[in-house]
Design a protein around this ligand. Structure first.
Ligand SMILES: O=P(O)(O)OC[C@H]1O[C@@H](O)[C@H](O)[C@@H](O)[C@@H]1O
Length: 574
């Protein structure tokens, strides 16, 4: 349905209340209902705005903006602003949002950090908030309430965060002091509904972002506890990855979340999407005419997305030994990066279209068959070695690792995409820990030139486009006519500007602005698990042998060095 035809019901509160899920609600009915109706953000107990869902039409941001105004003139002005913003596209909207943040008209007035004594809060969240404070991008008056089991007072929490900011943040001491002064602390057991209700507060509370900075095992119980706190239209929830441990658990989490909040207020975090380097892949494709015409199976032979790290466990065995490289990196981050390479240009410059295009890309990934899993996936684990001068023990000897879990520290798989654009092109995703150096990039390998060209100009190489995921480079291997008619390969290199803000500052800012574009949809998480679940099952069943590589290796295990051949459908002729 087009925006011009949407139905706005003023005073729909009783209608909404009638459809709020109760214990007796049939989930199937609710799902059906949820797919054709969106409840817009309007202050609870005031006006309700009820709209038949355009799916592709309205942006999530537009949906989340309260439409209720007090006078006809105000409503007209609001509508004009609304339309202008919608027409001007994402770039302008971003600027407008920045003004709204400065102008204090953002919805989020309080951040409730559950898991406030943990590593994520100290190392990433509070430094991100401090970075935004230094850039004057925090809404004035923002309150930050930390909560964890520790029986701290607010003064204890402030002292703890001040020390952590000194270690992990580069902001000026005055900013640090300002941020610390915004902090409060309330001890709680966040798996208990009454504790969560107390933390969230009653209906008159400020618009609250509930940030679940918690261990994966706590997410589901905490979401159930949160369900009893009756989150409202001005609230939002942020959830870190991994989103579930398989398809079934991701569906369960989505079920709870969708009963509580509209999709644009659920921020499922995949921090790679907020990384300015990763985001460049869509800018490169959609803001330049020269790439899009060759971005398809006619010209591209294969695509590799690699994320190799020199990091090892870094004290995270408790989590990592249960996850492994496939769940930790491939199911979430690399599948999302692949979606950015695969997706069609969004039909509009708004969050809803952008997310829908990513989701469609993931939907098109073929579920690998057992034969494909045997021949096109690889798992491996590091053995003792050295990374530079650092001696590294075998993964199985690392503290906290249970060798019976058979956890991989390197995973690679080659997938096929069932679309007209990509049919037949193998996409290889690989990630691993304990390599000699960190190397992360997207490599688009173009098809070879016709044989007579290769015969006439020896040395001619097919083009490869490489995008750095941790370094701001874009390189294209090109060929020139060298002396004596021998082809010379040269790299055209674009050195893009370094990122402006840290990844967590970006994602925190987007949440405060209420912009969900760079957060994953529930269905995206489910599609990624659909692809990965059969691989996990086959690996557990011993269908693919565990290989080894020495810590400090400079390349993936040798079994993977073969080029993958066409996958799924027959490739189109070059
Ligand atoms: O380099 P970044 O941004 O920390 O991202 C990589 C990390 O991403 C995390 O999500 C993974 O759990 C880590 O294992 C990985 O090291």
């Amino acid at each position: 349905m087009d925006r011009a035809h949407r139905l706005v019901v003023v005073g729909a509160a009783p209608l909404i209340a009638a459809h709020r899920p109760g214990p007796e609600t049939d989930p199937a009915r609710l799902d059906r209902h949820a797919s054709d109706v969106d409840v817009l953000h309007a202050p609870r107990a005031q006006r309700g705005t009820y709209q038949s869902s355009p799916r592709q039409g309205a942006s999530d941001r537009d949906r989340s903006r309260p439409l209720a105004t007090t006078s006809a003139a105000g409503r007209r002005a609001g509508a004009a602003r609304h339309l202008a913003t919608w027409r001007c596209g994402r770039a302008l909207r971003r600027r407008e949002c920045a003004r709204r943040v400065h102008g204090r008209s953002v919805m989020i007035e309080r951040i409730l950090l559950l898991g406030a004594s943990g590593d994520l809060t100290s190392r990433l969240l509070m430094p991100a908030i401090a970075e935004l404070a230094e850039a004057e991008l925090l809404p004035a008056g923002l309150r930050i309430v930390g909560s964890a089991r520790r029986p701290w007072s607010t003064a204890d929490f402030r002292e703890h965060i001040a020390t952590q900011l000194e270690r992990h943040s580069k902001v000026a001491p005055a900013t640090r002091d300002d941020v610390v002064r915004c902090l409060e602390y309330e001890p709680a057991d966040v798996t208990r509904a009454e504790d969560v209700r107390r933390l969230v507060g009653g209906p008159e509370r400020p618009g609250t972002l509930v940030y679940l900075a918690l261990a994966p095992a706590l997410i589901e119980p905490v979401l159930h506890a949160l369900a009893s706190a009756a989150l409202g239209a001005r609230d939002a929830v942020a959830i870190e990855k991994p989103f579930g441990v398989d398809l079934a658990s991701a569906r369960r989490l989505n079920g709870v979340l969708r009963c509580e909040l509209p999709e644009p207020s659920i921020f499922r975090i995949d921090h790679f999407l907020s990384d300015e380097l990763v985001r460049r892949v869509t800018a490169l494709r959609f803001l330049n005419r020269i790439f899009e015409p060759v971005w398809n199976a006619v010209h591209v032979e294969r695509v590799e997305i690699s994320w190799l790290e020199s990091l090892t466990l870094e004290g995270r065995a408790g989590y990592y030994d249960q996850a492994g490289a496939l769940r930790d990196m491939v199911q979430s981050h690399l599948m999302e990066v692949m979606a950015l390479v695969v997706m069609e240009p969004p039909s509009r410059a708004d969050a809803a279209s952008y997310r829908a295009a990513r989701l469609e890309a993931l939907r098109a990934v073929a579920t690998p068959s057992l034969d494909e899993i045997r021949s096109r996936t690889l798992r491996a684990r590091y053995t003792a070695g050295a990374i530079g001068t650092r001696r590294v023990p075998s993964y199985v000897d690392e503290p906290g690792v249970d060798p019976r879990r058979d956890t991989e520290t390197y995973a690679s798989l080659t997938l096929g995409i069932e679309t007209m654009r990509w049919s037949g092109v193998p996409f290889t995703l690989r990630s691993g820990k304990a390599f000699a150096t960190s190397a992360a990039e997207i490599a688009i390998h173009f098809r070879a030139l016709p044989r007579y060209v290769r015969d006439t100009w020896p040395g001619v190489e097919p083009n490869t486009l490489r995008l750095g995921l941790t370094e701001p480079y874009v390189r294209v291997a090109t060929t020139l006519d060298g002396p004596d008619g021998v082809a010379e390969s040269r790299a055209l290199e674009l050195c893009a500007s370094p990122p402006r803000r840290s990844v967590y500052a970006n994602l925190m800012l987007d949440m405060l602005r209420g912009d969900p574009a760079l957060f994953i949809l529930g269905e995206e998480a489910e599609e990624a698990w659909r692809v990965i679940d059969p691989v996990i099952d086959a690996w557990h069943a011993g269908e693919v042998p565990m290989r080894e590589y020495a810590a400090g290796a400079s390349a993936p295990p040798s079994a993977e060095r073969r080029r993958p051949t066409s996958i799924g459908a027959t490739p189109q002729a070059p």
